[in-house]
Write a protein that binds this ligand. Structure first.
Ligand SMILES: [Zn+2]
Length: 247
């Protein structure tokens, strides 16, 4: 790690130590070390040739799900589900902070459920989660494994109706309760740590605005347009920063 980033990590460690309420806002970058690709990055899913005659944005939309559930699920299961992905050191670090008695809430743009899997209890998933799936008719819930192991369109065992992932698709609104919880967590935090997101993608930037404190820290491998707004910006691999914090 560069000396400059080491110095900043040292400061961050002190800030965390002195914080009463921490909010962690995470994007794809925190889950990359778990083997989940950032679908918006240059080599990510969205820039891959999808092999379909539709763009990924079209496929992962509400109307496409309704019209072409077979193609939707073909794409969803092969490109968006990582049933074997495990939480990494960064997910675990914040879950452990909570276990040690810190008030830590997590607001995430990720749908992988890895913060909960690591043990965090206050997680606001802006875009939903692949871990929750419901029958569109009777609302019976199904696991990620059930969806991943299904053949073709996953259907309810009770009534054969189609199952829908609890993931916010294009054309769908974010959940009102989740938005409220996320805004409260951000607005009430004395420290806001933003990890692995460039903040340019909706709705991240609009949420960050609610932060009123003096400790907004960004951890992102590359520079972002928000580096100047943050009180401190660490352009470093999040795992390396966390390893330093744990020392
Ligand atoms: Zn059902």
């Amino acid at each position: 790690m560069k000396a400059e980033n080491m110095e900043k990590s040292k400061q961050l460690k002190e800030i965390i130590k002195n914080s009463k309420k921490i909010c962690v806002f995470t994007g794809a970058g925190i889950s990359c070390p778990s083997g989940i690709p950032d679908f918006r990055s240059a080599d990510g899913l969205y820039n891959q040739k999808s092999g379909y005659n539709y763009s990924p944005e079209e496929i992962i939309s509400h109307s496409f799900f309704v019209r072409n559930p077979d193609l939707f699920y073909d794409f969803y299961k092969s490109k968006m589900l990582y049933p074997n992905a495990q939480p990494n050191k960064a997910h675990k670090y914040f879950a452990d902070l909570e276990k040690q008695g810190k008030d830590v809430s997590v607001v995430t743009q990720n749908i992988d459920g890895l913060h909960q899997k690591a043990g965090s209890s206050k997680v606001f998933e802006l875009h939903g989660s692949v871990a929750r799936n419901y029958c569109t008719k009777c609302k019976k819930s199904y696991s990620l494994e059930y969806i991943a192991n299904s053949q073709g369109i996953p259907r309810c065992t009770e009534d054969k109706a189609i199952i829908k992932p609890d993931v916010v698709l294009y054309e769908e609104p974010l959940d009102g309760d989740v938005i409220e919880g996320a805004i409260n967590a951000i607005a009430n935090a004395d420290t806001l740590i933003v990890i692995g997101t460039s903040l340019v993608v909706y709705p991240a930037a609009s949420f960050i605005r609610y932060y009123k404190g003096k400790n907004m820290i960004l951890i992102n491998k590359s520079k972002t347009s928000y580096d100047t707004i943050a009180n401190m910006s660490i352009n470093e691999d999040v795992i390396e920063v966390v390893e330093y914090l744990e020392k």
